[in-house]
Design a protein around this ligand. Structure first.
Ligand code: SF4
Length: 177
């Protein structure tokens, strides 16, 4: 015990260094996403996160969007507690058999127009859980998916870029003759 205590005084922290600040890129993408939401919806974008069976790695990155560094609410993107208030469902993980019904009900409870974003490699095709007896497969096996953001887990900035691409796509589809 004394040895451990002594070592802890001199050993460097084992945690990874924080990523370099990329404020300019964050501001640019988040502001563009907020503007695209207002153009398309006339208001802020409301997101409901659904964990369909993930390992929680993707959730940690999604939660980071709301922390003091990313703080995406200042750009008009907010996470809501009910699918009835949501425009976008961000779904993580492979869909487990136990979560299949809950995901379907969440989708049905979300008012139109709605978009589904599958977040992470597991949400695409089951990822590292593919073939498990406990899962149905990727999110698209259960509900229609509009966008997939790959990564294990994807970084918060990649999620923002994905949301922006989705909004720009639906925006241009809406104005197309
Ligand atoms: S993509 Fe990676 S981090 Fe996300 S749920 Fe799957 S294993 Fe976890």
């Amino acid at each position: 015990m004394r040895k451990l205590l002594f070592q802890s005084l001199f050993r460097l922290p084992l945690t990874e260094p924080a990523p370099p600040p990329d404020d300019a890129a964050l501001r640019e993408v988040a502001i563009a996403t907020g503007h695209a939401a207002r153009r398309r919806l006339g208001r802020s974008l409301s997101i409901r996160e659904v964990d369909a069976g993930s390992c929680n790695g993707c959730e940690l990155e999604i939660h980071a969007l709301g922390n003091a560094y990313y703080d995406v609410e200042r750009f008009g993107l907010r996470f809501v507690a009910s699918p009835r208030h949501a425009d976008v469902l961000m779904v993580t993980g492979p869909v487990t058999k136990n979560m299949r019904e809950a995901l379907l009900r969440t989708y049905d409870a979300t008012p139109n127009p709605k978009w589904v974003v599958a977040v992470g490699d597991c949400a695409r095709d089951g990822g590292c859980f593919a073939g498990s007896y406990a899962i149905v497969g990727g999110v698209a096996e259960v509900i229609p998916v509009d966008l997939h953001i790959s990564g294990c887990p994807p970084a918060p900035l990649a999620m923002l870029r994905g949301l922006l691409a989705l909004l720009e796509r639906v925006d241009s589809a809406a104005v197309a003759p």
